[in-house]
Design a protein around this ligand. Structure first.
Ligand code: NAP
Ligand code: 8YV
Length: 316
């Protein structure tokens, strides 16, 4: 019987996928060990372990000490957890899980837009706790004829735009480059915010987008406007967001992502004009399974000496 290849499992990103990896590889679970044993494991794997599997947005930097590492197979599309300065310098390949999660994340984005503009979470509470007996629930805002501005019209952004059109929303977007699509393009984020009733962030995280959504953007969204974030919390100046929500600079916000997950910024949870979700964009049984399968397939391709299915190249 041939020996199963060694695989470093960095964190507990998806139980079902970890079981699959345990079956096919000699797995070494870094996340199960204390600091001393983690360092020991990395040293012991030197020369014999060529691949690691990790969550894409969160990766233990100790793995870069493993000089025999050639592949990081990441679970997730947003690779802001990977240090590309180091992978590029060390010649480590990186794969991620694009496309298989577009539908789930786009569905969630639409759900969040509706929940926020129609105040659905509070309405549910209102019906349950008897408040309804004392009078009707407050009005929400409609979508027909409004403009949804998408910051980051990529794979997921396009899936959101397709879903938004049947709600009679006009679509506008900002990317660094214009696409041959029938949506209104704004070459800068401020103009997009200025011309949107709802601004939705679908940008990747990382240095290029850090704090890009700041007080100026909230002022441009305006007092009748909403901010929705399904991209990354790192793109948002959260202090400015909280101030904008407290002082009526914007009407409300629906958020799936935050800067310091799983913590929320102080004061956010007290605000009634928000819908707050715990980073569940891709969290369906089917999607997480498909993401895990893609991690597995990238590893299989690597160990078979074939090209990776979904390699990320991140020029710096
Ligand atoms: P994608 O296809 O790469 O789309 C990203 C878009 O953003 C591209 O169209 C790109 O266009 C634009 N962009 C990138 N950097 C920019 C910048 N500095 N300024 C302006 N536009 C910029 O990625 P995707 O698959 O749609 O995923 C997008 C992100 O969603 C991920 O990176 C991840 O952070 C987040 N995400 C969140 C969840 C969740 O659970 N909430 C789930 C999955 C993904 P240009 O290159 O033309 O600028
Ligand atoms: C996470 C995501 O990967 O794909 C991304 O970029 O943000 C999510 O799908 C998910 O939370 C699994 O860790």
């Amino acid at each position: 019987m041939t020996q199963k290849p060694d695989l470093l499992v960095v964190n507990n990103f998806h139980e079902e996928t970890l079981d699959l990896l345990d079956e096919h590889y000699t797995t070494h679970h870094l996340w199960k060990l204390d600091d001393t044993n983690q360092r020991r494991l990395i040293a012991n794997l030197e020369g014999k372990c060529r691949a690691a599997a990790t969550a894409s947005w969160n990766c233990d930097p100790q793995i870069y000490d493993l000089q025999s590492l050639e592949l990081i197979a990441a679970f997730g599309v947003g690779v802001d957890g990977i240090d590309f300065l180091r992978t590029n310098a060390l010649g480590i390949h990186v794969s991620n899980t694009p496309d298989v999660l577009n539908d789930a994340v786009a569905d969630l984005a639409l759900a969040l837009i509706l929940a926020t503009t129609r105040n659905l979470i509070k309405a549910d509470q209102f019906a349950r706790d008897g408040s309804w007996q004392r009078g009707p629930f407050s009005f929400g805002y409609g979508l027909a004829g409004k403009t949804l501005g998408i910051a980051g019209l990529g794979r997921i952004g396009e899936a959101i735009a397709e879903r938004a059109a049947p709600f009679k929303l006009n679509i506008a977007y900002h990317n660094r480059s214009k696409k041959p699509l029938p949506y209104t393009y704004y070459p800068d984020l401020l103009s997009l915010a200025d011309n949107s009733d709802i601004l939705l962030n679908m940008l990747p995280g990382g240095q290029g987008t850090e704090n890009i959504i700041d007080a100026r953007i909230f002022a441009a969204i305006g007092a009748d406007g909403y901010f929705i974030n399904v991209g990354r919390g790192s793109s948002v100046d959260e202090e400015a967001l909280i101030y904008a929500l407290q002082s009526g600079v914007i009407a409300g916000a629906g958020l799936d992502v935050y800067k310091n997950e799983p913590s929320l910024p102080e004061g956010l949870a007290d605000l009634q004009n928000t819908v707050l979700l715990p980073h569940i964009g891709s969290a369906t049984v089917e999607t997480r399974r498909a993401m895990g399968r893609l991690v597995f397939d990238n590893l299989s391709a690597f160990f078979a000496g074939k090209p990776l299915l979904t390699e990320v190249s991140q020029p710096l």
